[in-house]
Design a protein around this ligand. Structure first.
Ligand code: ADE
Length: 222
């Protein structure tokens, strides 16, 4: 799978993409990610990428020219061109899974003030939001989308099994985890986890999941 990210702030992704799972996924060639600076497609001597809005109002708007040029250069036939924006379709596990099955994604990170509507209408296939809050730009949102979908690419997570038992794949939140030592500063690990009785452990974990979901996210149980 290949992902091209178009952003005005490419350095925001430097550490993120090279660390941990994503770093390893790229080394293993499961995923190829290229980050591009939109400014590279600006044509004037000041490398301008935004301008004042027609009709007036505060702030600046990302211009058509650099964005059309950038997308036209990196896109491939059949790729999906996505714009990250708080007024897009909410990211969900199902959407992350679907994105992970694409061969090529182009992720366009917006500008805090907005982008020219003609970009959205002409050269964007899908608009995605990572939640009901407004970030200063879409670069972190692109990072979140990449991270969420990468987990669904076979081989990226160590054990395929960890996918199926985790929060949201099952619509229940996760159960609590413990590791050694069995007693730390007087706090003991629940007895059942040390019992070796797998049936009882499963039952306990499920009960914990239901209780946690009930208290934190009752909407998931409806
Ligand atoms: N850009 C700014 N805020 C965003 C959000 N919540 N989701 C996606 N892109 C964004």
């Amino acid at each position: 799978m290949r992902i091209d990210v178009l952003t005005l702030f490419p350095a925001m992704l430097d550490g993120f993409l090279s660390e941990s799972m994503l770093g390893r996924a790229q080394e293993a060639k499961l995923l190829e990610i290229k980050v591009h600076n939109l400014r590279d497609w600006a044509t004037d001597k000041h490398r301008t990428t935004d301008d004042r809005p027609f009709g007036g109002g505060a702030g600046m708007v990302l211009k058509c020219e650099p964005v059309f040029a950038a997308i036209e250069q990196v896109q491939t036939p059949g790729c999906r061109r996505i714009y990250l924006t708080p007024d897009g379709t909410p990211l969900s596990p199902a959407l992350a899974l679907e994105l992970s099955q694409q061969l090529h994604l182009v992720l366009l990170s917006g500008h805090y003030e907005g982008i020219d509507q003609r970009i959205r209408e002409k050269i964007i296939d899908q608009e995605i939001s990572i939640g009901d809050y407004v970030l200063t730009n879409g670069t972190l949102a692109a990072a979140v989308v990449i991270d969420a979908l990468a987990r669904f690419i076979p081989g990226v997570l160590g054990e395929e099994k960890s996918l199926t038992t985790e929060s949201f794949t099952s619509k229940l939140l996760d159960f609590p985890q413990y590791t050694r030592p069995a007693v730390y500063r007087g706090m003991s690990v629940p007895e059942v986890l040390l019992s070796g009785n797998h049936g009882e452990i499963e039952k306990w974990r499920h009960a914990q999941q239901v209780e946690k979901t009930q208290s934190v996210r009752p909407d998931l149980l409806k």
